[in-house]
Design a binder for this molecule. Structure first.
Ligand SMILES: [Zn+2]
Length: 186
């Protein structure tokens, strides 16, 4: 299977931010200067006000704060490809709960996730291409609901997390913006 990263990207639908010959990062830095010009110190504590950590796919179509009615300072957002509960997600959740006071965990996968089309062949092809086996699993999945259940289970059974009684999992529909809750028992 070809490695997706080596395929050409589709043309961007919005190149406006990259005008004037700068890179996209240049445009981000410029945007930050405008942001900082009107920024006032909110005087917040590092501990999330609503004591919740949200673990989600990194998908560009999910605006977690808007979708969940969250404000700055409310929560931890922990994101990776797929919203899969890997060791590093457990690391972040452990720090979130033990050092920064969160109690609840919300897990969010979504429709048309990039990981749905992948298999562990991705990893084998990658190793063949670069001559080195990655130490990580791709964590691809075919069944969204089942993967949310597995993610909930990984959080609930982690020995490092003191708070596992409020762990809920959802699938976000990127076309409607709605969350669908996954029953851990199904
Ligand atoms: Zn995704």
């Amino acid at each position: 299977m070809p490695i997706p990263a080596s395929q050409p990207l589709p043309p961007s639908s919005d190149n406006a931010a990259e005008g004037a010959g700068g890179t996209v990062t240049d445009s981000l830095v410029e945007a930050n200067q405008r942001y900082a010009a009107s920024f006032t110190d909110p005087g917040m504590d590092a501990r999330p006000v609503r004591r919740v950590a949200v673990v989600s796919c990194m998908d560009a179509r999910i605006d977690l704060h808007a979708a969940l009615g969250l404000k700055l300072g409310d929560c931890h957002t922990i994101r990776n490809a797929g919203g899969v509960v890997t060791d590093d997600i457990i690391r972040s959740l452990t720090i979130s709960q033990r050092a920064l006071g969160t109690r609840s965990v919300v897990l969010i996968h979504h429709t048309t996730c990039g990981l749905l089309g992948l298999t562990e062949d991705f990893r084998h092809d990658l190793a063949a291409e670069v001559g080195q086996r990655p130490t990580w699993a791709v964590e691809a999945f075919k069944d969204l609901d089942e993967d949310v259940r597995q993610s909930m289970q990984r959080v609930r059974t982690s020995p490092f997390l003191p708070h596992t009684d409020d762990v809920r999992g959802f699938v976000f529909d990127v076309t409607t913006g709605l969350l669908r809750e996954i029953d851990p028992q199904d």
